[in-house]
Structure formats: structure tokens, C-alpha cells
Design a protein around this ligand. Structure first.
Ligand code: G3P
Length: 230
């Protein structure tokens, strides 16, 4: 279900990723995944999940899921809803949708019990270590201060990527590790993989690009080359 190297495209709730525009962005990703032997996954806004799941044949993630069970939780997004809609899993604890540790633990367990993939976001080497103890399927380290800046974590903070890779592989080697924040070019993706990451999580450089498919093609190409040269 998880193909490496993995590029996860988080659409956030950018206006460029609502309605038909979200379908287009997901379809480009599907097209690129047919040309390159890399994992490509998308995380559209919640209201677009069902349409995207029905429109493309690549993994689709939710951007968030609440710890609650079904019931009296107005506005909630529960694991059972995600399962029903057909996504492969969910991002958990994104910097823009933080959760407390106890709830993260509940969510990870509920995702696992429902055979859904968990992609846990962390922000430091320390929280990565703590997150690894909870055994998510994937961790993505993203320094919040670089998110949306176009300054790539793989170049600006190589030590944080290497440090996260190290703690994950030492404590729980079955977890896949990605990095994100500011990833904008194929070169940024290649650098992340050279540092030991197994892929990237990115948003603005893809969603807000004038020509998203071309950018993604160059990222997939660079990812594959860096992966083969590891
Ligand atoms: O989830 C990805 C994200 O937080 C990074 O955002 O725009 O810097 O690629 P961006």
C-alpha cells in the first residue's frame, strides 16, 4: 500500500484545491505515478475526499481525524467515516491541526484497528522519538517555521532530517520517515532522500504552482534517481 520513495501532496484548504480543481490536482498525481515508479499520494480537503477516491487510483489520505468514536461529536471526523469513504489513511497531528499526545495515541490505534495507514507529523527530533514510540506507519518531520516559505527543510535544516531518520530507524525501523516544509523542487526532494528520508510531504509548491504536473514530474524523476543511488 505504501510505495517508496513516497511523495505525499497535502492540498490543505487552498482555494486552488476545492471542487474540480482538487480532482485535477489528484489526476496529475495519478498520471505522474504511471510514468514514474514512485509512490504518489494525495490529501485533499475533507469535503473532496469521496470524489477524489472515486476519481483516481492512487492512495488518498485524510488531512485529519479526531480521536472520538461515532456519536455526539458535532463537526467531528471519525475513523469510521474515513473507512466508509475509502481513503487509505490519515495525516495525524499536522502542525496546522495539532493534537495532544493522549489523543494521538488513540487515533493511531483506531486507524490501525481499522486497517488504515497513519501518517504522523512531528516538529522536532524529540517529538519524532516520542511519536515513534506510538508506532505509526509513517512519520513526517516538518519544522513549522519553514512551512509555506519555499525554504526547503532538506537544505535549510539537514540536521533535523538526519536526526529524525536516525531516531526512527534506531527506535522503530518499520516506520517510514518523510520530511516536509518548503519542499519546492526536484533538487529539494533528492536532497531529502540523500539525507535518509524515504520521501516528502509537501503542499504549496504543488497546489499553488502554475504548472503543477511539470513540477511533480521533476520531483518524481529526482526522487527516483536519488532513491536508486542511495
Ligand atoms: O503538509 C505539508 C506542509 O505542511 C508543508 O507545506 O507548503 O511548505 O510544502 P509546504
Amino acid at each position: 500500500m505504501i510505495k517508496l520513495p513516497l511523495i505525499v501532496l497535502n492540498f490543505k484548504v487552498y482555494s486552488e484545491a476545492i471542487g474540480e480543481k482538487a480532482v485535477k490536482l489528484a489526476k496529475y498525481a495519478e498520471e505522474v505515478s504511471r510514468e514514474y515508479d514512485v509512490g504518489l499520494a494525495v490529501a485533499p480537503p475533507t469535503t473532496e475526499l469521496k470524489t477524489i477516491v472515486e476519481s483516481v487510483n492512487i492512495p488518498v489520505f485524510s488531512q485529519h481525524v479526531d480521536p472520538h468514536p461515532c456519536g455526539s461529536w458535532t463537526g467531528g471526523i471519525v475513523v469510521e467515516m474515513l473507512k466508509e469513504v475509502g481513503v487509505v489513511g490519515s495525516i495525524v497531528n499536522h502542525s496546522e491541526k495539532r493534537m495532544i499526545l493522549a489523543d494521538i495515541a488513540i487515533v493511531l490505534k483506531r486507524l490501525k484497528d481499522n486497517n488504515l495507514v497513519s501518517l504522523l507529523c512531528t516538529d522536532t527530533i524529540e517529538t519524532t522519538k516520542a511519536g515513534a514510540a506510538l508506532s505509526p506507519d509513517i512519520i513526517a518531520i516538518e519544522p513549522p517555521e519553514l512551512i509555506g516559505t519555499g525554504i526547503p527543510v532538506s537544505k535549510a535544516r539537514p540536521e533535523i532530517v538526519q536526526g529524525a531518520v536516525e531516531v526512527v530507524k534506531k527506535n522503530n525501523p518499520s516506520i517510514h520517515i518523510l520530511c516536509g516544509a518548503g519542499i519546492s523542487t526536484g533538487e529539494d526532494v533528492a536532497k531529502a532522500i540523500e539525507l535518509g528520508a524515504e520521501g516528502v510531504l509537501l503542499a504549496s509548491a504543488y497546489v499553488k504552482a502554475r504548472d503543477p504536473k511539470t513540477i511533480l514530474l521533476s520531483m518524481a524523476d529526482a526522487a527516483l534517481k536519488a532513491w536508486e543511488n542511495r
